[in-house]
Design a protein around this ligand. Structure first.
Ligand code: BDR
Ligand code: CA
Length: 315
């Protein structure tokens, strides 16, 4: 039985890879793609979700736009990593996948409340939509199967020394999500920095020789350059599909129980996910990802792109 997921994202190069993995892997049933402001403004991340859905041939999954700014703060975007469009690199034709008229927050609540408790939330952007949904209808906490998010870290930041981008953009939302009381897995930078799109990986993807694989390689090449320039990485960490991979196969990564608190007030530490593995600050509220089975992860990614096969109409 495939696992149903709602992918709440801000595409974003690695969000695009998460969409491809979710669509191409047979163990996942993608029930909705929802978008949020983060890597770029909401209009751009929504357009990008529709672009990726179009090139992957995803024509039966609603794409809905959500919150256009964090709960209380000004939006900060990441054009320095993802470019002006949020998905610079390939050139995309006009997307044929439409935007669903519903607000993403409404859609998330509706899908969860109508479900039999078998939907997993996979957020790969700032947590604004998810926090809004839980505030609007707290019954979703009991309805969700689990939440597996890309965000945070216990050893580092990437936007400030303390904070990872998704949490940094909307710490108030993240605090709500981490404290909501649902089964939650934090797939943070400690894990995702092991998922590097090395030249060998790109060669495997490019070797598939399909239109979608070409777009994936173009995306990763752009990502490589901005990561090299901004963060000194030789190969870029492909964060977001790691969260999807955890849904497909929990053994793809090792996780450890912890109490995670989101710092919202620190002058230098706002957006930090303070992670306590020893129960001093509070009871366990998260499984925290520590170690990735790198080969297995890339096998899943390559296999998904291969299965998608022919679509892609990037020009
Ligand atoms: C996260 O921030 C975004 O730039 C990426 O898409 C990823 O979700 C990594 O910190
Ligand atoms: Ca993202």
């Amino acid at each position: 039985m495939p696992r149903k997921i709602i992918l709440d994202c801000d595409p974003g190069h690695d969000d695009a890879m998460a969409i491809l993995l979710a669509h191409g892997n047979p163990e996942i049933e993608l029930v909705a793609i929802t978008t949020v402001a983060g890597n770029q403004t909401l209009d751009k991340t929504s357009l990008n979700a529709r672009r990726v859905a179009t090139i992957a041939g995803i024509d039966n999954v609603p794409v809905a736009a959500g919150c256009d700014r964090p709960l209380t703060r000004e939006l900060k975007t990441a054009g320095y990593i993802h470019g002006e469009s949020g998905l610079d690199g390939p050139s995309f034709g006009e997307p044929t996948v439409p935007l669903d008229p519903r607000h993403a927050v409404e859609m998330i609540i509706e899908l969860l409340m109508q479900s039999s408790g078998d939907i997993t939330l996979v957020p790969t952007g700032p947590l604004t939509n998810i926090a809004m949904a839980v505030r609007k209808d707290p019954r979703i906490v009991e309805k969700v199967q689990e939440i597996i998010l890309m965000g945070g870290a216990y050893t580092r930041g990437n936007t400030t020394p303390a904070a990872e981008f998704n949490i940094y953009v909307d710490p108030e939302a993240a605090a709500i999500v981490f404290m909501a009381g649902w089964p939650l897995t934090m797939v943070g930078l400690d894990l995702t920095h092991q998922a590097l799109a090395t030249p060998a990986v790109l060669q495997r993807i490019s070797g598939l020789g399909t239109p979608v694989s070409r777009v994936a390689v173009q995306l990763m090449e752009f990502f490589r350059e901005t990561y090299r320039r901004n963060s000194g990485f030789d190969s870029p960490p492909v964060h977001d599909p790691c969260a999807v991979a955890r849904v497909i196969d929990p053994t793809v990564m090792h996780c450890v129980d912890a109490f995670v608190a989101v710092e919202t007030r620190g002058e230098f530490s706002s957006g930090m996910t303070v992670t306590d593995f020893s129960g001093r600050l509070g009871p366990t509220n998260a499984q925290v990802a520590t170690k990735l089975d790198v080969d297995r992860f890339w096998d899943l990614m390559v296999d998904a792109i291969e299965r998608i096969g022919a679509p892609a109409r990037a020009s």
